[in-house]
Design a protein around this ligand. Structure first.
Ligand SMILES: C[S@@+](CC[C@H](N)C(=O)[O-])C[C@H]1O[C@@H](n2cnc3c(N)ncnc32)[C@H](O)[C@@H]1O
Length: 278
C-alpha cells in the first residue's frame, strides 16, 4: 500500500453536496469492505481516508450489502483496467468522476503509463490534500462535460476510459457527447463503466445514497444504447450488477437475496457493467 503524505492537511473538513457527496458513500463502502472479515476489494487506503476526513459517515447508512456492492463494482473495474495495463505498458488511463477512489494506488501502474483522474475542482482539491503525488499521474479539476480538458490527454496511445458511478449523474446528451469526444481523441482503446437502466432512473427515490445526498440521476441506458454511442464500439463484456464475479465472497443471505432479485424482470438489469473495445 502507498502510505499517505503526512505533510498534507491531517483532517480536512468536507463540504460536498449533491452528486459530489455521493463519493463519500462509495469511499465509505470500500472502507467497510476492507475492514470486513472477508474483504472483496481490500482497499486499506479507503480506511485511512475515512479516518482522516472530518465527516459523519454514519449518516450515510451504508449497510454491509451496500458496501459489498460498491466493492464488487470497484473490483470489476480494477480487473478490466489491470488487464488493459498489462497489455499496454504505454497506456493512458482516463478515470472520469474519480471522487476519492484510490484505483491508481491499488493498481500501481508501471512508469510508461499516463493516468488522469478527473472530477469537479472541489473534489480534486480534497484529493490533493489527502493523497500523494506520483510519477505519470495527473489530476484534472473540471466538470467532465467541459470539452476543454480533453486537450491535456495524449492522443497517440492506447487509452482506457473508466467511469464508476458517474454516467447516471450526467444527462444523456452530455454523457454521449463526452464519450464520443474521448473515443474520437484516442487512436484505440477500451471503455469500462457501470450504467443504470431507464427503470433505475424512474425509481431513483428508492436509491437511499442518491436521495440522502440530494443528487439527481438523469441517464439510464442499456446495451443497445451503449452500442449506439459510437459505431466503433464493440461490447466485450456486459454483466448485471447482481451477477458480478466475486459475489461468492458475500455472506450467504446476500447471495441468496441477489439471486432472487436477479429473477425479477427489469430489476436484473437495473445496473450493469460494460467493457467495450474501440
Ligand atoms: C458516486 S460518486 C463515485 C466516485 C468514484 N468513482 C468512486 O467510485 O468512489 C460520483 C462521482 O462523480 C462525480 N461527478 C458527477 N458529475 C460530474 C461531472 N459533471 N464532472 C466531474 N465529476 C462529476 C462526483 O463529483 C463524484 O465524485
Amino acid at each position: 500500500m502507498t502510505s499517505l503524505n503526512p505533510k498534507v492537511h491531517p483532517n480536512p473538513k468536507v463540504h460536498l453536496t449533491e452528486e459530489k457527496e455521493t463519493l463519500l458513500a462509495t469511499l465509505y463502502g470500500r472502507a467497510v469492505d476492507s475492514r470486513s472479515k472477508n474483504p472483496i476489494l481490500g482497499d486499506t487506503m479507503a480506511v485511512d481516508t475515512v479516518r482522516r476526513l472530518d465527516y459523519d459517515f454514519k449518516k450515510l447508512h451504508m449497510g454491509p450489502g451496500d458496501s459489498a456492492a460498491v466493492a464488487l463494482r470497484a473490483r470489476q473495474l480494477d480487473v478490466w483496467t489491470a488487464r488493459f495495463l498489462s497489455a499496454h505498458e504505454d497506456a493512458v488511463v482516463v478515470h472520469l468522476g474519480c471522487g476519492l477512489d484510490s484505483r491508481v494506488y491499488r493498481l500501481d501502474p508501471g512508469p510508461g503509463v499516463r493516468w488522469y483522474d478527473i472530477d469537479y475542482p472541489e473534489v480534486i482539491e480534497l484529493r490533493r490534500e489527502l493523497y500523494p503525488e506520483r510519477e505519470g499521474y495527473t489530476t484534472i479539476p473540471s466538470s467532465v462535460t467541459d470539452p476543454a480538458w480533453i486537450a491535456q490527454l495524449p492522443s497517440d496511445r492506447p487509452t482506457i476510459i473508466v467511469a464508476e458511478g458517474l454516467l447516471m449523474y450526467l444527462t444523456e446528451e452530455d454523457g454521449t457527447a463526452l464519450l464520443r469526444r474521448l473515443i474520437a481523441h484516442a487512436p484505440s482503446g477500451e471503455l469500462a463503466f457501470d450504467a443504470f437502466s431507464a427503470f433505475a432512473i424512474r425509481t431513483q427515490w428508492m436509491n437511499h445514497v442518491v436521495r440522502r445526498a440530494g443528487a439527481t440521476l438523469h441517464w439510464g441506458t442499456d446495451a443497445a444504447g451503449v452500442a449506439r454511442l459510437n459505431p466503433k464500439l464493440e461490447i466485450v463484456e456486459n454483466i448485471s450488477a447482481l451477477e458480478i464475479p466475486g459475489m461468492e465472497k458475500l455472506p450467504a443471505a446476500y447471495r441468496v437475496a441477489a439471486r432472487a432479485t436477479a429473477l425479477v424482470p427489469g430489476v436484473r438489469d437495473i445496473a450493469r457493467m460494460y467493457n467495450c473495445r474501440f
